[in-house]
Design a protein around this ligand. Structure first.
Ligand SMILES: Nc1ncnc2c1ncn2[C@@H]1O[C@H](COP(=O)(O)OP(=O)(O)OP(=O)(O)O)[C@@H](O)[C@H]1O
Length: 754
């Protein structure tokens, strides 16, 4: 994938935005369990009271607290609370704190966060002691006793020994200071084992009880907390959803733009391929690389942008949260992650090779289908449908088998992983409930732990999935890069020369030898001849003697292996391909038309050609008659590849297309063999007239001697070498190969009459 990183450059801003958004999304996701934990621990369990910092406390209750506070703590209290006497309190005050009707109440001043923390510390131990003692005094039922923490139980048994009706706190006030300090030490030692959150929660319960005694509306406090935190949680969830939507939007934009640019570059590269490169890559693979492979990379790109960045943020974030939490259960996460990695590794060890096989089988199925469809008329003609459909069924069956295996394995994998995840929740609840029972963990913390554990496991699963997807996409990226990195063998010279302006279409082959790339021997051997300007030079020879190869060298479809080809006195390698091809009107062996109309096809080389030009060219190419017969004439639609016209018509339109261009050089690569003798003769006559007018050079490959016998010059080829050059007459006298061809096609009389 990294091979194509330069295609991400235009999208850097979007990628950075995605990273920021993913970070925001992860932060929101990580905050959610905390909110939930607070709602459970504080909102539900502690009645919406966060800790033991009392907003209001009766003077009598403060007297009790004071017993367990040292001078420093008492100072913190008096500094931050003000006494509201019963006599001075107004109506509003009394409504808010009804206890003021009977006694004085201390009210917390408006303090900042740090001071509040100091107050909390100053009150914390004293509140624990008072609470334990009050509970003891309150003659608890056995059920209540069972719910007490161990230190509360110990204290309760000690104080229960006091005679009935004696106020514990009055007794304590009279106790020697050292004994009281010992007792306090004992209580705080035990309570310090609880952890801060538990302490806060326990003190919050004390505060709630005190608020009730003050007459405050504790339900309102609880609702306020629940609505505030619930609302914040909703906002965070909304933030996460918005970030996720934006990431999805941007990631799709980046991936789609990335693949558009990639397809454009691959296409541009392929457009510049010479036949050498086309021979290296088959058409099928080039199409697959431009479409399917790019699509694969695009798909994984979206996943990378959404998951690969998100998974580590959320995974590490959740892990840090878990490590910092009170729950001593991190080992459960380690265990579950190890089990999941084990399961996935085993599954992928079986499935991954099948993925690769699947890709190959898909290629095979494609090629079988392609061959079947292309060769359908032949298959029908030879009645071989059964054999061919067996071939298809085999490929089809093979692919079904592997797909079934892969789908079934994946079908197993997900439920197993879900089972492991559910088991991990149960294990966390099991271990967590023991810790809750021991007073070291709160229910909300355990619930948050479960959520963080799921986030960590999901992050691991995302990374594992990506580690499977990325290598697959990497193969596709490699195939695309191979096309992009292919060196084009036929390119323009750095400093292009110009053609000799005094010459017009003269072609000279000088010691030209040629070997197809990858072939073992030359197909053309040391050719030397000149095709004079304005004259017709024809090539004839047995099949495979190299006629088409010679004419394909002129427009530089291939470059000569040895020697040089000069057009108008300049080596064709020294001019630009455009300048060279501008001079040439090429008609291939197999006529090819583009989708559009007859007119758009004829104007292919000369967009501004007039209707008269089209008509004139069609007349020469003997195509006017069939065009006239079409109701829409030149506007007749042509299907892709010209499949809706006959082979002969296609060929005539291909010839007309070259004629419209009126080039300096015509190349007809065995063009006339698709035409009947009569049309062939008429066409050649009209063509000769045109060439005389335009003074164009004609290179003509032919199989039929009658097509070329009137040429100014005939080059006879045998096994890639020239065995004779001259006019028909000269060759009939001097060249045995020519004579042999001529006599095999025409009678002695026909030849002598010519
Ligand atoms: N792309 C190619 N790669 C390798 N060898 C090729 C390629 N094209 C043609 N050849 C070989 O080069 C030789 C000359 O082929 P060419 O097509 O030029 O012959 P030809 O005289 O035009 O034949 P025909 O009259 O049958 O069209 C043949 O032996 C052929 O097998």
């Amino acid at each position: 994938m990294l091979k194509l990183r330069k295609y991400l450059k235009p999208f850097i801003a979007s990628i950075l935005a995605i990273i920021v958004l993913l970070f925001a999304q992860a932060m929101c996701e990580l905050a959610m369990p905390d909110y939930m934990s607070n709602i459970v621990n504080v909102g539900i369990t502690s009645g919406g009271i966060e800790d033991g910092v009392l907003e209001a406390v009766r003077e009598s209750e403060y007297d009790k607290l004071k017993i367990f506070m040292d001078e420093k703590q008492q100072k913190v209290f008096t500094d931050n609370y003000e006494l509201q006497t019963s006599s001075n309190a107004d109506k509003g005050m009394k409504e808010k704190y009804p206890a003021l009707e009977k006694e004085n109440v201390y009210l917390l001043k408006d303090v900042d966060k740090d001071t509040r923390e100091k107050v909390k510390l100053a009150l914390s131990e004293a509140e624990t002691c008072v609470m334990v003692l009050e509970q003891t005094q309150a003659n608890l039922s056995s059920e209540d006793i069972a719910n007490l923490t161990q230190e509360q139980k110990d204290m309760m048994y000690m104080l229960k020994k006091l005679p009935q009706g004696v106020d514990v706190f009055n007794v304590l006030k009279m106790m020697p200071k050292e004994q009281l300090a010992d007792m306090q030490k004992e209580i705080t030692k035990k309570s310090s084992l609880m952890g801060q959150d538990m302490m806060d929660s326990s003190n919050a319960l004390y505060a709630k009880a005190e608020y009730k005694k003050v007459g405050m509306d504790t339900d309102a406090i609880q609702y306020r907390y629940l609505f505030t935190n619930g609302g914040l949680m909703l906002l965070v969830a909304l933030g996460s959803a918005v970030a996720a939507i934006c990431v999805g939007f941007l990631a799709s934009k980046v991936a789609a733009g990335f693949s558009r640019n990639l397809r454009k570059d691959v296409f541009q590269k392929v457009e510049n391929f010479s036949n050498v490169e086309f021979n290296k890559f088959s058409t099928n693979t080039l199409i697959t690389r431009t479409t399917n492979d790019v699509q694969q990379v695009q798909m994984v790109m979206v996943m990378i942008l959404r998951m690969v960045i998100y998974a580590p943020i959320i995974g590490i974030g959740a892990l840090l949260k878990v490590i910092n939490s009170n729950a001593d259960m991190t080992w459960i996460i380690g265990l579950v992650v190890a089990v999941i990695i084990g399961i996935m590794a085993t599954a992928f060890a079986f499935v991954l090779p099948k993925f690769r096989i699947q890709q190959k089988l898909m290629d095979k199925l494609n090629s079988v289908v392609r061959e079947l469809l292309d060769g359908m008329p032949v298959i029908r003609a030879f009645n071989n449908q059964k054999i061919e459909s067996q071939k298809f069924h085999k490929s089809n069956h093979d692919i079904m088998k592997t797909q079934l295996f892969v789908s079934r394995s994946m079908g197993f994998l997900l439920p197993i992983i879900m089972f492991v995840m559910n088991m991990s929740s149960i294990l966390i609840v099991w271990v967590g409930s023991h810790q809750i029972n021991d007073g070291v963990l709160m229910v909300g913390d355990m619930m948050a732990f479960i959520q963080y554990a799921m986030q960590i496991i999901m992050a691991f699963m995302m990374v594992t999935m990506m580690s499977i997807m990325i290598p697959r996409a990497s193969v596709a990226a490699g195939r695309i890069k191979e096309v992009l990195d292919t060196e084009i063998s036929i390119c323009d010279p750095e400093k292009a020369e110009n053609f000799d302006a005094d010459k017009r279409g003269e072609i000279e082959f000088k010691n030209v030898s040629f070997r197809y790339p990858g072939a073992e021997e030359d197909v053309l051997h040391n050719l030397n001849f000149t095709a004079e300007a304005g004259k017709t030079t024809a090539f004839i020879g047995s099949t495979g003697s190299g006629k088409s190869t010679i004419v394909n060298l002129v427009p530089r479809f291939f470059d000569v292996t040895k020697g040089e080809i000069l057009v108008d006195g300049v080596n064709i390698k020294h001019v630009s391909q455009k300048a060279l091809r501008d001079k040439i009107g090429y008609v291939p062996q197999k006529g090819f038309l583009f989708s559009g109309t007859i007119a758009t096809n004829l104007r292919y080389a000369k967009e501004d050609a007039s209707e008269e030009d089209l008509k004139a060219a069609s007349e020469i190419a003997q195509a006017m008659e069939f065009i006239d017969n079409k109701p829409e004439g030149f506007d007749t639609e042509i299907a892709q590849g010209g499949t809706n016209v006959s082979g002969g018509q296609r060929q005539r339109l291909s010839i007309a297309r070259a004629l419209v261009k009126k080039p300096e050089i015509f190349i007809f690569d065995d063009t006339f063999s698709a035409l009947d003798f009569k049309t062939d003769a008429k066409l050649r006559k009209a063509l000769n007239a045109l060439c005389e007018e335009t003074r164009s050079t004609v290179l003509m490959v032919a199989q039929r001697i009658s097509s070329i016998m009137h040429a100014d010059r005939i080059v006879v080829l045998d096994k890639g070498a020239i065995v004779g050059i001259g006019t028909h007459k000269e060759l009939m006298e001097t060249c045995d190969v020519y004579k042999e061809i001529a006599y095999s096609q025409l009678s002695k009389e026909e030849l002598e009459n010519e």
